[in-house]
Design a binder for this molecule. Sequence first.
Ligand SMILES: Nc1ncnc2c1ncn2[C@@H]1O[C@H](COP(=O)(O)OP(=O)(O)OP(=O)(O)O)[C@@H](O)[C@H]1O
Length: 322
Amino acid sequence: MSPAPPPDPEVVVSTTGLTRRFGPKTAVDTVDLTITRGEIFGFLGPNGSGKTTMMRMLTGLLIPSEGRARVLGVDLPGKPEPLKQKIGYMTQSFSHYRDLTVTENLDFAARIYGLPRRRRKARIETLLQRYDLEAQAHQIAGSMSGGQRQKLALAAAVLHEPQLLFLDEPTSAVDPETRRQFWARLFDLVDGGTTIIVSTHFMDEAERCHRIAILETGIKRIEGAPPDLMAGLKANVIEVTGDQLRHAKEVLDADAAVLSSAQIGARLRVLVRKDQADPETHVAALLHDAGPVTCHRTRANLEDVFVAATGGGAKRPAEAAA
Ligand SMILES: Nc1ncnc2c1ncn2[C@@H]1O[C@H](COP(=O)(O)OP(=O)(O)OP(=O)(O)O)[C@@H](O)[C@H]1O
């Protein structure tokens, strides 16, 4: 028998049939994944789709019900202790002490990671500077803005310079500008060699990831680089404007060639089967009695991929996804 091939050092995370049940509920369902060094990998999915459960299994905090994972060379289920020094985890909840100052919080986290005194001091100074927290160094964490607390949480998660960073819905509580700045910091970390796994339900956040997996009810519906997923959508996207969009939606949803329709502001975004010749004319013909309408074809976005891959408004989930 030939020996097993050596593990690929570029593979940071691999999972096979990873599953977690809570009683009768399957939170993560037979997920296979490979994540390589230097990637920002996103789990995109609605509430309850299994993103947090997936992350908790990959950090070694939660034991899988079935299947296995290998994270930075550590086999799970198994002894996850060696992972502690190699990973950082920024959870959804505010994970530091509100009545300690910023510096005290960082010092506390650094002690938990066992950083020696000198390195502790140096890292805290570096991170206060890097994350623009110098002015807040002696401020009580509970009195800071959401954006500042988010920076503190990120600083605490990277104190020990982890190779792999988990971020669970990191920007849910901040404004778009703060989110943009946060992502610039993530790309700095990636440039420094960190691999990042992030969960989100924001499309714009998912689009910044190198690759994503869309989860629904714990099942991985689709996986790939956002531009490839958009280019590979097996549907044409038609935007419809008009006065009677609710009626138009009812008519369109009843048609076999229409995979889904969703009202976005004053427009309907309609996914039409790719094998339907001339989809604009087809949609316009369906809407002949829905008042004056305009129909034009537009490029697919990640939300279209999401809708096609999940039950998010689609009549036949996954049929149109790449
Ligand atoms: N400890 C638990 N006990 C029982 N059920 C759980 C537990 N943790 C998660 N679940 C269930 O598993 C499913 C997946 O939850 P999970 O938190 O992983 O989803 P999520 O995608 O992270 O959702 P959210 O965006 O709301 O955080 C949900 O139905 C949830 O209720």
